[in-house]
Each structure stands twice: as C-alpha cells, then as structure tokens.
Design a protein around this ligand. Structure first.
Ligand code: NDP
Ligand code: OXD
Length: 316
C-alpha cells in the first residue's frame, strides 16, 4: 500500500471508541496512530486531529490536509509549527443535533424554573413559582453558523421569541437578526443569551461585564441568563462570577471554560445559580468524523474542492 495514502490519527478521545471506529474506516489507506512514538509518520498525507501532540508536524512534514476532530479549530490554529495547508472543520448532523438539544434543554430549564425548583427541593419547600410562556422570553443566540442556525430554529419551534447575532447579517424566517454593528440592540432584547461563537481574536473575552450589563433586565425571568457552549476563552470568568453575585445575571449554564477542566477552586462549581457541564454539550461521533474525513479525502484526490474549510484570516 502506498505511503502516500497514509492517514495519521491523533485524537484525545476514548481509545476503545477510536479503535472500534477504525475497524470500518479508511479502506485502502494506511492508518497510523500518532500516540505510538515509534511509528514513522514521515510520509503521511492527512491527519485527523483533536488536541494533537505538539511534535506532530515535525514527525509528519508531508501533510497535505488537516481534519479537525471537532467543530472548533482555535487550538489547532494556535499550534506552533502549523503548516500552511487546508484545515477542514468537522460539520456533522449528529454534532449539530446534539448541540441544539443541549441549548433547547438549557433554555427550557430556565423557562420552567428548574434551578429554582431544585433549590426548593433541597430545602423541602413546596411552593409553586410563576410560569411564563416561552413566547414571553427572548432567546438571543450569538453565532449563527452551522450550530447557531439549527439552535435558533429549534428554539423557535419551542415557542421562544428568538433573535440572532453574527458577523454578517443573516435572513432567517421568523427570527430577527443583527450583525456586528447591532450588538447593543440585540442585547437589549435578550433575556436568555446563548453563546455559540468560535474563539478568535475578535471573540476572545467578548462575554464581559460590559456585555452582561447591556442584557435586558426585568423580563419574564426577572434577570437575564447566560448560556455558553462556544468556547470558554470568549467569557471573562471573573466578570461572570461578579455579574452572578451582584444580580446583573440571574443564572448561567456553562459547558466551556477559560481553563478546562474547570479548576477545582473555581467559584463557578459551587454557585447555586450556575450549572456546569464538562465540555459535553455536543460530542463528536468518531465514526461520523472518520466517514466525513474519508469522503473529503476522496473529493480532494478527485480534484474537487474541500468543504468546511477554515478561513485562517477570520480564525474559524
Ligand atoms: P461556524 O463557523 O459555522 O459559525 C460561527 C458563527 O459565529 C458564524 O455565524 C459567524 O458569523 C459567527 N462569528 C464568528 N466571529 C464573529 C464575530 N467576531 N462577531 C460576530 N459573529 C461572529 O461554527 P459552528 O456553528 O459550527 O460552531 C461554533 C462553535 O461552537 C465552534 O467554533 C466551537 O467553538 C463550538 N463548539 C462547541 C462544542 C461543545 O461541545 N461545547 C461542540 C461543537 C462546537 P458569520 O456567519 O457572519 O460568519
Ligand atoms: C468542539 C467540538 O469544537 O467538540 O468543541 O466539536
């Protein structure tokens, strides 16, 4: 078999899961695991990676295309020695669906006062709380890409008033949209803010005290709620903790953090109005990842353009 067809796999996923998925993947190609330090990667043409070892590009100097094991590519773009070759994002129905489930679940959980009821339960308190309708709440989604678009549509189906914000203005039926210049108007309408942004130089630290203070106060939930499943680097956690403590925010549901795993001494763990999930809003399905990468390799070898390419200038 020609070394020219060699695929390096460097994924920090469950080994058993990767091994099982490799059984049916990349037929006709040689697959090498970068986790084996003695394996020769020098002729490898493709790499499928998620948080790879820093020496990958030294060991595999002939790579032609990189396939990200996730939708976000910030950590790949930040890798030292990254070669100037195409980087393909992971775009997949199961990933998108899982994210929308998580977003809708979190929005509904606030609509139906789940955090407040859990608190009452711990205190053995039987007290019915107010029950606003979804249409009384505006959910504002920042990032209207593959994931944001699916989430806004599903939030809409649940009856929420939905608004969206992205760099370039989108036209989505039944949903008011804003571009970068419309951030203040967007925030002023928003009761539940959902972050589905990639981490780039422009979005780093965007969720800060100033942004939280511009969200709508006095909506059907009383105080605005912040939900983030984009990247932790976009949130300033000291500002977030302060906004939760001083009542600017009524609650937060966080899947991503400035530092992951979230350090044991982070105040976010113990705050009553915060729910933490461990970067698990939407996991990549390894079989689908390999199927996608394989299909793209076939396209590339047939001279067709690669899909879901990362734009190095914008960083996503
Ligand atoms: P896309 O690249 O499809 O969409 C990104 C969206 O963000 C676009 O709408 C884009 O605007 C917008 N955007 C980017 N930069 C800016 C900016 N400076 N100002 C305003 N809008 C901006 O990404 P996906 O939807 O596929 O994924 C989004 C992110 O979700 C990923 O990058 C990743 O970080 C995160 N993620 C998290 C997971 C988890 O489990 N927690 C799982 C998967 C992904 P425009 O449309 O104008 O280009
Ligand atoms: C991510 C992913 O980008 O898991 O976080 O896809």
């Amino acid at each position: 078999m020609s070394a020219k067809n060699t695929v390096v796999v460097d994924l920090k996923f469950e080994r058993r899961e990767v091994d099982a998925a490799l059984v049916d993947a990349f037929a006709g190609r040689t697959v090498l695991r970068a986790s084996d330090p003695d394996v020769d990667l020098s002729e490898a043409r493709y790499a499928v990676i998620w948080k790879p070892e820093p020496d990958l590009f030294q060991r595999a100097p002939k790579l032609e295309v990189l396939f990200s094991g996730g939708a976000g590519v910030d950590h790949i773009l930040a890798m030292p020695g990254l070669p100037d070759i195409p980087v393909v994002r992971f775009v997949d129905e199961s990933l998108t669906t899982r994210m929308s489930e998580w977003v809708v679940l979190q929005a509904l959980s606030h609509l139906r006062q789940v955090p407040a009821y859990l608190k009452q339960q711990r205190q053995r308190q039987w007290r019915e709380l107010s029950q606003p309708e979804a249409k009384e709440l505006t959910v504002g989604v920042m990032g209207l890409g593959v994931l944001g678009l699916d989430s806004v549509r599903k939030l809409k189906v649940m009856g929420f008033d939905v608004v969206g914000w992205s760099r370039s203005r989108k036209t989505i039926e039944g949903i008011e949209t804003f571009d970068s210049g419309g951030l203040d108007a967007f925030l002023g309408r928003t009761d539940i803010l959902v972050g589905l942004l990639p981490l780039t130089p422009d979005t780093r630290g965007i969720f800060d005290a100033s942004l939280f203070s511009r969200l709508r106060q006095g909506g059907a939930l009383g105080k605005p709620v912040f939900i983030n499943a984009g990247r932790g680097g976009s949130q300033v956690e000291a500002d977030l903790v302060a906004a939760l403590e001083n009542g600017i925010l009524g609650g937060a549901l966080l899947d991503v953090f400035e530092k992951e795993p979230l350090p044991a001494d982070s105040p976010l763990w113990a705050m009553e109005n915060v729910i933490v999930t461990p970067h698990a809003a939407s996991a990549s399905d390894v079989r689908a990842l390999f199927r996608n990468a394989e299909a793209q390799m076939d396209r590339y070898e047939a001279g067709e353009p690669l899909q879901h390419l990362v734009d190095r200038k914008t960083g996503y």
